[in-house]
Design a protein around this ligand. Structure first.
Ligand SMILES: [Zn+2]
Length: 180
C-alpha cells in the first residue's frame, strides 16, 4: 500500500551550470510542491500505513526551505556573503538546488527521518517510497531508494542558518538524524 502527503514551500535559488541562462544567472523563485510517498505491507490499528500526523518532523524539515534562499555549497563566495547579508533565512546544501537536487536531498533526509520515526499505533515496515519535487506546474523530479547510490554527502553538509533554526518547534528529529 502506498500513501502520499503533499507539502509546499516558496523558495529562491540560482541553478548554476544549467542550460538556461535565466536559471543559471538570476536569483529567482518557485512555488514548490513536494510529494512524499510512503509504503508498507502492513496497516496499523487505524487501518492506515501511517497517520499523517506523525509526519510533523518531515513537515518541519521541508518548511525550513520556505521563504528561504537555498545556496549550493559550491556557490561563489561573494554571492554566499551577499545572500547571508541580505537574507534572514538561508540553507546551504551539498547539491545544486535544481528540482533533481532537491528530490535527491529530500529523499536522503526524509528517509532517515522516517527510519527514526516513533511508531505509536501499530505501524510496521513503513518505508519511504519516493519523493517528488514539482518546481513548476508542468515539471517535477522524483527520487527513490535506488538514487541513494548518487549520494556522496552527509548530514553535516546540510546546513540551516540561525534564522531558520530559531523557528524550529522541535529539534529532536534534526539531532536524531545527525544534523549539526
Ligand atoms: Zn529555478
Amino acid at each position: 500500500m502506498i500513501i502520499r502527503k503533499k507539502f509546499r514551500f516558496e523558495g529562491a535559488h540560482i541553478v548554476r551550470n544549467c542550460t538556461s541562462r535565466r536559471c543559471r544567472e538570476n536569483i529567482h523563485g518557485h512555488s514548490y510542491e513536494v510529494e512524499v510517498f510512503l509504503k508498507s505491507n502492513h496497516l496499523d490499528n487505524g487501518f492506515m500505513v501511517m497517520d499523517f500526523v506523525l509526519l510533523h518532523d518531515v513537515a518541519e524539515f521541508i518548511h525550513s526551505f520556505d521563504h528561504a534562499f537555498t545556496l549550493w555549497d559550491k556557490e561563489l563566495e561573494e554571492v554566499k556573503q551577499a545572500i547571508y547579508t541580505i537574507n534572514v533565512r538561508v540553507t546551504e546544501i551539498p547539491v545544486s538546488p535544481s528540482a533533481e537536487g532537491y528530490a535527491l536531498l529530500f529523499f536522503f533526509v526524509i528517509n532517515q527521518i522516517i527510519s527514526k520515526a516513533i511508531h505509536v499505533n501499530g505501524e510496521q515496515n513503513v518505508q519511504l517510497h519516493a519523493v517528488r519535487v514539482h518546481e513548476t506546474q508542468s515539471g517535477y523530479a522524483e527520487s527513490s531508494m535506488e538514487d541513494l547510490a548518487m549520494v556522496n554527502f552527509s548530514m553535516n553538509e546540510v546546513k540551516f542558518n540561525d534564522g531558520i533554526k530559531k523557528e524550529w518547534k522541535d529539534k529532536t528529529w534534526w539531532n536524531l538524524i545527525g544534523g549539526i
